[in-house]
Design a binder for this molecule. Sequence first.
Ligand code: DQA
Length: 148
Amino acid sequence: MSDQPEILVVNGPNLNRLGMREPEIYGTTTLADIEALCQNEAQKHGMTCRFMQSNIEGELTTAIHQAIDDKLAGIVINAGAYTHTSVALHDALAMVENMPVIEVHLSNIHQREEFRHHSYLSSVSTGVILGFGATSYRLAINAIADHI
Ligand code: DQA
């Protein structure tokens, strides 16, 4: 295991389909591209990323528990549609102490349907970055690097 501070980058449902999923909204960048971008950005700050993607709410919840137990340096989370529905993810993030949590979205959820305007995660996140496509993730890694 490396001694570098580690950031959990966690992606929720349907984000494994990036590249072919509604490209007019989400662009053509794949999740693998985003993960490479995150790792590259983290390395610039002497940090490393742990990646996790799941379409299952409980698995995402468990990944947050693991990040807490492993005392990671921060969490970047795009919970996809669970952003707008998940009390379980809200409660998991509410347990996070001593590390920044950055909620990210590719799209500007406030310019979209009404049901996307509320996030269960924002009130338990350190900050929120949205609307910049894959750049949202790059900004989030930098926000964590600046914050710790
Ligand atoms: C998203 C926005 C959500 O509303 C949507 O359900 C997603 C992706 C985004 O990154 O823009 O799956 O989180």
